[in-house]
Design a protein around this ligand. Structure first.
Ligand code: ATP
Length: 248
């Protein structure tokens, strides 16, 4: 019963969020509920405000109004490092590993910064590296990895912060087609095996159908449609924008 109740609660709640940059309104009165244990997609054309919403949740842009709750805690005024400690992690559209460090060292950095000792950090890092399927690359310098492998490393680094909520920005962007199913499988396992709630920005509709339970569609900073991934994808406004993908 406890499990069922948890699934029905939002882990992340965004209320009436407005973000402006000078005269540009990047987000206007955006409401969002990200349900615990589910994967939620943010859809929208270029400039819709998707990245700004991620940045506001991570705490790297300051909203002009509105509030953000993680569980019961109002995190609106908290710095990014505090939000990270509370369990919000993000990956970037362009991966940013330390290219001179090896795969395991890259992951250890995130663990050591939690205050864990080196030996213990190495064991924990090896677990995450294995989980993302980079076990054979443990001691390879990050700069030698393919784009798909760098995305996996990025996920391992995010795992090292022990997230409850993972923000994934274009996780299949730049990844060669044959490697995409493996990355998607990995993201599904994050939820199923580690109980991580996922919020994803992704342009590829085909990818989202296999991944997202819920979705919101933003246009010019406002929420136009919200619902199940299926409902949102079938909405006229969404179909118009994504028709070029052939799957919407
Ligand atoms: N730091 C900034 N300074 C000024 N304007 C910004 C800044 N960041 C975003 N914007 C503007 O805010 C609006 C929303 O941008 P945002 O990057 O959030 O959209 P997006 O949906 O992520 O787009 P894309 O799909 O192209 O990445 C755009 O008009 C953008 O130009």
């Amino acid at each position: 019963m406890q499990f069922r109740r948890t699934l029905m609660e939002p882990l992340l709640q965004v209320d009436q969020l407005t973000v402006t940059f000078g005269g540009i309104v990047a987000l206007r009165d955006v409401d969002l509920r990200v349900m615990s244990g589910r994967t939620t997609a943010i859809l929208g054309p270029n400039g819709a405000g998707k990245t700004t919403l991620f940045n506001a949740v991570a705490g790297v842009v300051t909203p002009s109004s509105g509030r953000i709750l993680l569980g019961d805690a109002d995190i609106s005024a908290e710095r990014p490092s505090i939000r990270s400690k509370r369990g919000i992690a993000r990956t970037f559209q362009i991966t940013q590993p330390f290219s001179g460090l090896t795969v395991i060292e890259n992951v250890m950095v995130a663990i050591v910064s939690r205050g864990v000792g080196m030996a213990e950090a190495r064991d924990e890092a090896a677990d995450y590296v294995d989980f993302v399927g980079l076990g054979a690359k443990l001691d390879a310098p990050a700069r030698t990895l393919s784009t798909g492998q760098r995305k996996r490393l990025e996920l391992a680094r995010a795992l090292a912060t022990r997230p409850r909520l993972l923000l994934l920005d274009e996780v299949t962007g730049g990844v060669d087609r044959p490697s995409i199913p493996e990355i998607l499988d990995l993201i599904r396992r994050l939820r199923e095996e580690r109980g991580i709630t996922v919020l994803v920005v992704e342009h590829n509709m085909e990818v989202l159908f296999g991944l997202a339970d819920d979705a919101i569609f933003l246009n010019r900073g406002e929420v136009v449609v919200r619902g199940s991934m299926q409902e949102v994808a079938e909405h006229d406004a969404v179909r118009r924008i994504y028709l070029g993908d052939g799957d919407a």
